[in-house]
Design a protein around this ligand. Structure first.
Ligand SMILES: Nc1ncnc2c1ncn2[C@@H]1O[C@H](COP(=O)(O)OP(=O)(O)O)[C@@H](O)[C@H]1O
Ligand SMILES: [Mg+2]
Length: 331
């Protein structure tokens, strides 16, 4: 496989599944069905897909907030599958941070303490944690809001504060679930410019769930999630309002491929396809039509000998065997 990014691998998932067990009569819900993903250092990767396609499930599994039903996740090449809860927590705190759509700031705690909170969990002294938090708030242009409570600041400011809080532990990757969803366009462009500067400064990668054209165009690439599987990849020229324009279909490590529904209907629906051309970097599939292999003329020809007793039929008109009475078949 051709690796487009030569940077260090930060996050990888191999054949990830997640099943939600439910009491519903129609059974369990499969959130993820065989996810492969790799994110490299300083890479910005978007995840796009319809509501219910598994985007939030994926982010929770990748971030270690939820245990996948099957498959493995690697942080900088280290598998997290066999870590106990304590080991996982430590690795997660050093590697991954989250930014959620609603920013998840504690409403009763002032901004600077919200930002400093992750360092408190890492047992950094309160004074040092607050100093670091102030530095980041300044960097993100929201220093004046330090003493305010989250409900007193604007949506755009909240996102900047949430990013400051995500950065304070010096993570390798930030997982963001629709971070600009509640922010207006101008503010989100501002945030994105800041993202790029921060990426260069601190070598962080971003994996971002988004519906926003600004975010996808800013990303190095976008992965399209449908029904729990990555179906296609898109470059920075992605057209979010018509994904079929920019889609590059993914064939994963196990050889699985999902055909998007528009393509499926164009080719005339499901069926069996013959690989008529298989070469390096190229495959051609042509519908295999079983009827084509048995010409109609042959199929309609009556058998010469009785299949039951082997007696030759007396004439081309006989429809049963004169010896055993078995019905004459067509071959
Ligand atoms: N706690 C849960 N219990 C049962 N099903 C769930 C739960 N959370 C999500 N799902 C289902 O899993 C699928 C993926 O959900 P989700 O990851 O939230 O999608 P997205 O973020 O792309 O909208 C959906 O069918 C959703 O209904
Ligand atoms: Mg979601």
């Amino acid at each position: 496989m051709v690796e487009l990014n030569n940077g260090k691998e930060i996050l990888r998932a191999d054949d990830l599944y997640h099943v939600y067990e439910t009491e519903a009569v129609d059974g369990n819900v499969v959130g993820l069905r065989g996810i492969y993903i790799k994110v490299h250092q300083k890479e910005v990767v978007s995840v796009v897909g319809p509501s219910g396609s598994g985007k939030s499930t994926l982010m929770k599994c990748l971030g270690g907030l939820m245990t996948p039903t099957a498959g493995d996740i690697f942080y900088e090449g280290n598998s997290i599958a066999r870590l106990n809860a304590q080991e996982l927590l430590h690795l997660r705190q050093r590697t991954v941070s989250f930014v959620f759509q609603d920013s998840n700031l504690l409403p009763y705690m002032n901004v600077v303490n919200n930002v400093a909170l992750p360092l408190k969990y890492l047992k950094v002294s309160p004074g040092k944690a607050r100093r670091k938090a102030m530095e980041l708030l300044e960097r993100l242009g929201v220093k004046d809001q330090a003493k305010m409570l989250p409900p007193q600041v604007s949506g755009g400011e909240k996102q900047r504060i949430a990013i400051a809080r995500a950065l304070i532990t010096k993570p390798k990757i930030i997982l963001a679930d629709e971070p600009t969803g509640s922010v207006d366009l101008v503010t989100s462009r501002d945030i994105l410019k800041l993202f790029r500067e921060i990426i260069e400064e601190v070598n962080v990668s971003f994996l971002v769930v988004t519906h926003s054209r600004e975010v996808t165009e800013f990303s190095d690439r976008s992965l399209e999630l449908i029904d729990g599987r990555f179906v296609a990849e898109h470059g920075s020229n992605i057209n979010v309002s018509n994904l079929s324009d920019t889609r590059k279909i993914i064939i994963d490590k196990t050889g699985n491929m999902t055909i998007p529904s528009e393509i499926l209907s164009t080719i005339g629906g499901p069926g069996i396809f013959e690989p008529t051309k298989v070469e390096l970097d190229e495959i051609n599939l042509v519908r295999f039509n079983e009827e084509d292999t048995v010409p109609d003329t042959v199929a309609e020809k009556p058998a010469k000998f009785c299949l039951a007793c082997g007696t030759e039929y007396e004439s081309s008109q006989s429809d049963s065997c004169s010896k055993c009475g078995a019905i004459r078949t067509k071959l």
